[in-house]
Ligand binder design. Sequence first.
Ligand code: ACO
Length: 324
Amino acid sequence: MIAPVEIAGISTTLPKRAVTNFEIEKLVDTTDEWITKRTGISTRRIASKEETALDMAADVAKKALEQSGVKKEDIGLIVSSTICSEYVTPAMASHVQKAFDIDCAAMDISAGCTGFVYALITAASLMDSLSIDAALVVASEKLSDYTDWEDRSTCVLFGDGAGAVVLKRSDTACMSYPVLGGSPDHEDVLICKREKRQTPFSGAVRVKKEYIHMKGREVFTYAVGAFEHTLKKLLKMCGDKPYTKIIPHQANEKIIDYVMRKTDFGKEQFFMNIKEYANTSSATIPIAMYDAYKEGWLKKGDRLALVGFGAGLTCGGVVIDWTL
Ligand code: ACO
């Protein structure tokens, strides 16, 4: 079951430094024209060594909570989504909890770029089963730490950033039709391994930095299929009250364009901000949702579909009735 909840607060935290395609041109054999044409990306935010994924998570959670008016003592659960935490343990959510100095449940979700959708649905479901009144859902990613800055096929795509929402119990259900899914990644089309460590018993191990590896074409094929399928499934579930706006994972403008052409939705129904921030993995959806709200694209009363897809391979979606 998913509790009747609403999004009561939302915020983003982005690194100060914006890196343009022209700066990437100086690192690898690429051009602004190639990147813009194939992906729609112009700039991305890249964190300094002081701007950690954990700090961005704590900062964005504080801002979202402030905006919601919910007291920190009323938060019963923190769910973070990340693939970039600086700690193996404890969870990123436990770091956020430490920043608030509150007692509550805290856990992380690792579901690639679909992580925020997984975290949102997990939090709302746990709010129901654990009778929790308010929860924080935080996505924070510092992909620049896992990017091979010598690989032109991946380094142009990613950025850093964080987004968070506060979920609060409401009289009516403002989050409906949760859909989570995935397919096995037999071909390792999108992976990033943990670095190997030497132990007294493991024999010689080459300790090397591991980076994101991606087979672009294969990921594209999965992404468009999962995206279209999830949109159609959500539409069917909505029945006579369809969603009219869509915030998809911002992986690549071409993925969104492709799905737009394959469905009856118009361009104006999709929100995109990939041009400015590139792909920040699980943080793209809350970052886009915040921008859509701040720019007035998202209005009180709008019915909205969130759709994620990414490593795993994972996909998921949920329908939100916007109340802010
Ligand atoms: N600049 C210039 N040339 C490049 C670059 C670059 N940055 N990257 C690759 N190329 C070259 C390749 O070397 C290749 O050259 P070749 O023909 O001489 O061998 C040529 O461009 C075509 O390469 P492809 O990989 O086939 O290019 P494609 O048209 O598929 O575009 C892209 C690549 C943009 C990555 C595309 O496959 C894609 O969007 N895939 C989806 C992946 C994605 O969005 N991943 C994000 C993370 S996953 C997620 O969020 C779901």
